[in-house]
Design a protein around this ligand. Sequence first.
Ligand SMILES: *Cc1c(COP(=O)(O)O)cnc(C)c1O
Length: 595
Amino acid sequence: MPDPIVTINLALIEHNARAVVTRCARGGIQVYGVTKGACGMPTVARAMLRGGVAGLAESRFENIRRLRASGIDCKIMLLRSPPMVRIEELIRIVDVSLQSELPVIREISRTAERIGRVHDIILMVDLGDLREGIWPNDLLPVVEDVMNLSGVRIVGVGVNLMCFGGIMPTVDNMNQLVAHAYKVEARTGLHLDFISGGGSSSLPLLVSGDMPPGINNLRVGEAILQGGAETFHDAPWPPLDQNVFQLTAELLEVKLKPSLPIGKTGFDAFGNVPRFVDEGDRLRGIANIGREDVMVDGLIPTHKGVRVLGASSDHLVLDLHEADPPLQVGDSVSFKMNYGAMLAVMTSEYVEKVPMREAPHNDEPPSVSIHTLGDADLVFALHRLSERLGTFGVVVQADDARTRLDAGPDRRIAWDALKRSAPHHDALGLLWIDPLAALMPDHSEDEWPAEHAVLRRIMDRLPPYLSPENIVLIGLRRADSAEAEVLKARGIKVYTMVEIDAVGLRQIMREALNIVTSGTSGYHVHYSPDVTDMPGWIKGLGGITVRETHQVMEAVFAKRGMVSLSLSQITSALPPQVAAECVNFLLSAFGKKIL
Ligand SMILES: *Cc1c(COP(=O)(O)O)cnc(C)c1O
């Protein structure tokens, strides 16, 4: 394990979101899921949406762009006022924003009018926490000014508590907010969709049954991401699970050392004078994570008997003397984190983020259903595909199989296959093994895209099942400038032939499979035979070798999780050796071994 990793359990995020949404619904409250703690990771957002949140809320434009780029089209709320230069972007990608300054609201209105839109705003009222918000006496005058602006519409009022001044949500301040909302409604004649009573910290009031009627929205992050570890500090709310995030690092050194440093004490690397208690000689360990990555005070070791002693930039010093079972160099140590520590690791470039789902437990024998277009069925029959799959235990059946295999004359088969398989999986990855990106603009309204626009069609039409951060291209040899632009804009990982030559397919497959499985429930593999140099075939020149193609397919099998596979160019016009190789590649993907 080279780098520290943080695992993110998406099933628990969905579970926590559902618990919050269900309880809030009983109080007439809609929930917006706040993704900023997870840096707007689309897989996290999607888990919240599956849990039933009505929309998402974010504080950063970078994160909102990430969500939109991955095809998430639900309502998104911006949790703070935008900088002036981002106002046009605000109007274009955000549905509703929290506002407290008239000059900003005026500018939003001007820009919205210019581009022919109306932007929805929630006016924040300061009820004593002294972070953002309009002072209550100023609320109605501001409302009146805003009423004269035609580019913005007031859709609600909101409050933020427990953030700066540590002021708790109470029956009293919630009632005040509702009263302000009614005043605004009376003055404007508008019905307010949002009377937004704060974040996670307002949940205890709801759970205890004391939330006043009238509050109809909460913006909840911590309770969903952290299971309310901070919100329900003293009395955890049982429906929530606090084990969503876990940080794991590796022990680089384990030695018996005295507990008091030796020599004259000066300032440490952070300008503090360290103090120590003499506990005699203790077994100490150093893990490969430090203050650059995490808030050390917020780490809670999960291994029995391990204590955090402190950290410098890159080294976390642990007391392992009472570790049970004992730990040695090379072992992993894991930690739970408080919200601050979680925020820090999520923003650290040095920590790998690994969204997880529990793989569905399945003891049935592997099975596949085969679907062909054109005369691909003749090719498979000639090369005895079904029979040979059977020799290593793969059952071929008409439907309800664990894997789906599609073959046809051109790469449009990938569109057909994915269109059918994607809706059965709430999040899918895609491994596109092809010398072409097939990302040209998709002008066709037909059921079938043009061949050079197949991947474009898949990307435009298949979210939320498929998002760009889970797509990998392998073996690219040619790309139009329009295609290169799409790849860049959507942040799709591409391994061109140049990278394959430089890094080698083994390493590339390891990375590629991490991308397609990261937070997904499985992945689709598309293989276009002209990516491979095959003897007697002009098409593949300059591509990967036959052996390398097997290596790719073997890596796919070893990783598990492939839910569907499509092959293009399978027709009886294919030279017989090429057809035979293609069937061999297929067999490798389904687990055929040389011995
Ligand atoms: C971060 C934030 C929230 C969410 O707070 P949690 O404690 O994570 O639920 C809600 N509203 C605003 C304005 C925020 O900045």
